[in-house]
Design a protein around this ligand. Structure first.
Ligand code: ADP
Ligand code: MG
Length: 657
């Protein structure tokens, strides 16, 4: 047991690095099987992909910890965290080597997906009734181009078994903590799902700890430095959760809510906690029961962004040079046009809640005061500000807004609820605000719109635009399917050969990723404004989906496309006409259809589906067994809004309606 691997590695010691390739395959250990799926070609390449399967007869995780999707995601996330922590705390000495120069030892580290404060669906750990599976990477050690067999053997046959024993066997865990973790996530999900039926957009539990250590950290500040959240009595609501029982806190009603208050009194902090409330948080984060409807998006000014074919006419009309606004395209949007596009694109994807912070909005998109109304006639001002639309967004479209506002009282007239943050504590000042609004009219002309205007269209943004030039050749298809860092040309090289657009998982950082186009070198897609994107692993998934989508939408991939969308379901309408429910292979999917399909596939198959690029079988209705094909070890699930936002910012996107 394991002896085969040890012997093999010891024999390799001193050989040239390429011999590591022969490790590919599986190895039986006493309690588990180790798979070496992909071996790096040199010590400087991206690390090798490995996988461990432990049978449930040994691992023995009780079924009640993974008997629903939410609980399974929670348990896997918990195990991933314990693996990550154990690996970085306990095993550092054994495996960590600081980066060194050529000729010195390089590698030996075990690399595990880095989980943040959010509990997400991940590829790192998966579980079912048969087995638990753990995906990770190892930098196979070398000195120059020479294999360090002894060190590799220590890592794979001594360190790794300890990691397995400590984290992949149920008996090694504190059973009470695991159960608490899984139940806590379960409760958070129930809370979020019950918001709508209670007429709420969001909820903040009393006792929540909202502030973070710094702008760059998602960790909570120390409890003794924080003012814990306490709802004003008038806004207090309670929920009955399955495990925790009754919880109490502030309900944020659907409609228009303002968060007012002096500077530095905690307004932005509350909004930031709310925007993260689309995710479940780990116990101890402080925001576990800060929740918003999962279809809530933060809207920011993002001047400089690319916009393609978006209908921004509710907000922007009458542009100089007669530039169209019902299908607006630009490579360099202004603050206000970017906000208009951000709202419209998110409505198109189905969002029902919008979050704004005055700090990150364009002023001219928010208001037009009396003096400006006098100075610049309405006909000459292309912008219809948000204040004119925020009411109809709710009354006509059922879309709620929460707005942080400190400087502009004009919004008092439009608000259903006004919350004041005062020394980090919320107060309900709705009545007071209404009184002020009545006794001190703004004087500005009422330019409120009676209708919203064009509801965003269902744009067809694919296929030509994700594919440039001629379709990929068989050879490049093959390369695309392989994990990055393989001996085949890496994805971006295939691209620069001029075939199509590729998003590159290996160049994904949380806030940016590299998208190779035919005529550019490697421009990045900038995601720094995506406040609701939390992890690099989510960005990698977006990159993988863009790549797979490019692949799927090439004209010749008809079979793949029909597997992806399933058979078009034909439905009789009352008029006796037929209506195609899913896109047929001959019709291009709309952006929304595409996003919804990816969501459904990830629900059914897990994240491994996002790299199932050229294999129609994988898209079937039947769940494929765990790891039927090579899957990156470090993907976590983004929301469809962030995925769609990335697509909407592609420079080469083409759209039709
Ligand atoms: P505003 O948006 O009202 O100007 P911020 O939300 O940016 O204020 O908060 C100002 C500062 O106060 C930040 O450094 C933040 O971390 C801190 N802070 C916010 N809420 C709390 C709280 N509940 N307890 C302690 N510090 C807080
Ligand atoms: Mg602020």
């Amino acid at each position: 047991f394991g002896g085969e691997l040890r012997g093999k590695l010891q024999k390799m010691d001193g050989n040239s690095y390429g011999h590591y390739k022969s490790l590919t395959g599986s190895y039986i250990f006493p309690n588990y099987t180790l798979f070496v799926d992909h071996v790096q070609s040199d010590p400087y390449a991206s690390p090798s992909w490995l996988r461990i399967q432990v049978s449930q007869t040994v691992a023995k995780f009780p079924k009640n910890l993974y008997d629903t999707t939410v609980r399974r995601i929670a348990l896997c996330d918990y195990i991933c965290r314990s693996l990550y922590q154990y690996n970085s705390n306990e095993l550092t000495d054994a495996t960590h080597r600081s980066p060194s120069r050529w000729g010195q030892t390089k590698g030996g580290q075990i690399i595990i997906d880095v989980p943040g404060q959010q509990v997400l669906q991940r590829t790192a750990v998966d579980i079912n009734d048969e087995c638990i599976e753990f995906r990770f990477a190892v930098n196979l050690p070398g000195r120059g181009r020479t294999i360090m067999g002894q060190l590799a053997s220590r890592v794979l046959t001594e360190t790794l078994p300890r990691l397995v024993e400590k984290c992949l066997f149920y008996e090694s865990h504190d059973s009470r903590r695991v159960l608490e973790f899984v139940n806590c996530i379960d409760d958070q999900d129930v809370l979020r799902e019950s918001l709508v039926s209670r007429g709420l957009l969001g909820f903040v539990r009393n006792g929540s700890l909202l502030p973070r250590r710094s702008g760059a950290s998602d960790l909570p500040i120390a409890v003794d430095q924080a003012v814990l959240f306490q709802s004003p009595a008038s806004l207090e609501v309670t929920f009955d959760l399955p495990h925790r029982g009754t919880i109490t806190g502030m309900g944020i009603k659907r409609g228009v809510t303002l968060i007012a208050g002096g500077g530095f009194h905690g307004k932005s902090t509350l909004l930031q906690a709310l925007q993260c409330g689309v995710y479940n948080h780990i116990p101890g984060d402080g925001r576990e029961f800060v929740s918003v409807d999962r279809n809530t998006v933060k809207i920011k000014a993002e001047d400089g962004r690319v916009v393609t074919g978006t209908d921004i006419s509710p907000f922007i009309g009458n542009l100089p040079m007669k530039k169209r606004t019902d299908s607006f395209s630009t490579l360099d949007a202004s603050g206000s046009t970017s906000m208009a596009a951000n709202i419209q694109e998110n409505l198109e994807m189905g969002c029902t809640g919008l979050l704004f912070d005055e700090d990150t909005c364009a002023t001219n998109f928010l208001i037009r005061d009396l003096r400006m109304q006098m100075l610049i006639p309405r006909e000459d001002e292309p912008i219809t500000p948000l204040i004119s639309k925020i009411g109809v967004l709710w009354t006509e479209l059922g879309v709620s807004s929460v707005l942080v506002i400190g400087g502009c009282g004009d919004y008092l007239d439009t608000a259903d609820t006004v919350i004041r943050m005062n020394r980090y504590q919320p107060e309900d000042i709705t009545a007071e605000a209404k009184k002020v609004a009545r006794s001190h009219p703004t004087g500005s002309l009422n330019e409120a719109s009676t209708t919203y205007g064009n509801i965003p269209s269902r744009r067809v943004s694919l296929p030509e635009s994700l594919i440039k030039g001629k379709p990929p050749t068989a050879k490049s298809c093959h390369s695309i399917m392989l994990p990055y860092g393989s001996s085949h040309p890496p994805v971006n090289k295939v691209e620069s050969a001029g075939n199509n657009m590729q998003a590159d998982e290996s160049y994904a950082h949380k806030d940016a990723m590299s998208v190779a186009h035919r005529d550019d070198d490697k421009p990045s897609l900038n995601l720094v404004h995506f406040d609701q994107l939390k992890e690099t692993s989510q960005t990698r998934t977006i990159a993988a989906i863009l790549t797979s989508t490019a692949y799927l939408t090439q004209p010749s991939a008809k079979k793949l496309r029909s597997a992806f969308f399933g058979q078009p379901a034909v439905m009789e309408t009352t008029q006796g006409n037929t209506l195609t429910q899913r896109p047929s292979p001959d019709r291009s999917p709309t952006l929304c259809e595409l996003l919804d399909r990816w969501e459904a596939l990830m629900d059914t198959h897990g994240l491994r589906i996002v790299t199932a690029r050229n294999d129609p079988e994988q898209f079937g209705e039947v769940q494929v067994p765990l790891s039927d094909h090579k899957v990156p070890y470090n993907l976590s699930r983004p929301r469809k809004y962030e995925l769609g936002a990335a697509i909407n910012r592609l420079k080469d996107l083409k759209c039709s309606i």
